[in-house]
Design a protein around this ligand. Sequence first.
Ligand SMILES: C[S@@+](CC[C@H](N)C(=O)[O-])C[C@H]1O[C@@H](n2cnc3c(N)ncnc32)[C@H](O)[C@@H]1O
Length: 212
Amino acid sequence: MEFIPPEINAYAEAHTTAEPELLNRINRETHLEVLYPRMLSGHLQGRLLAMLARMINPAYIVEVGTYTGYSALCLAEGLRPGGKLITIEKNPELEKRVRSYLNASTLGKMVELRIGEAQEIIPTLPDGIDLAFIDADKVSYLKYYELLLDKLQPGGYLLADNVLWSGKVTDENARDADTVALQKFNNFVQADKRVENVLLPVRDGLMMMRKR
Ligand SMILES: C[S@@+](CC[C@H](N)C(=O)[O-])C[C@H]1O[C@@H](n2cnc3c(N)ncnc32)[C@H](O)[C@@H]1O
């Protein structure tokens, strides 16, 4: 769900730098050929991720939840020369497609795709993460947060997608596992003195956190 009225969203997209050609192709092909295309970040959020990454100019990014590689390539735009982005995806059926997109991108060589369970892979990664993006199964957000915060540089940034969950997080009587997990995640981050945070109501809600 979009929280911004459709006409405002369309105006914002019309006044946002266009998607680079490859990302536009990934967006179109994902919608035509892959299940659950709404999972892809899309034009506006993609340009926001690219802009944030360019502002942070990280040497080392970790992404949890590759899907078809759209957000990975947006974030990679901000990498320093010689930098690296590690992106984790548990669905092996997506691997061939993601690798073909990485091969087609000038940034692909800076992106390392790891296929497997994020909770098993993150602990094996090097410390010193400058920027991390959490965008996988919602029930594990708190676990990913702890694992990644541990490996984040002081002053490093964490982003978490879908934290408004179509607005369901505002329902105090919600019982479904994803909504309850996201409510717990948002409340935990809000109370956590280790980070400063801003919940940006863009697309499905983006929690932005900075490690103190
Ligand atoms: C919302 S999509 C990611 C979208 C992508 N970041 C983008 O913006 O284009 C979530 C992805 O996380 C993956 N995923 C779910 N649970 C996972 C887990 N436990 N470990 C690794 N990946 C997981 C799913 O297979 C799916 O491809």
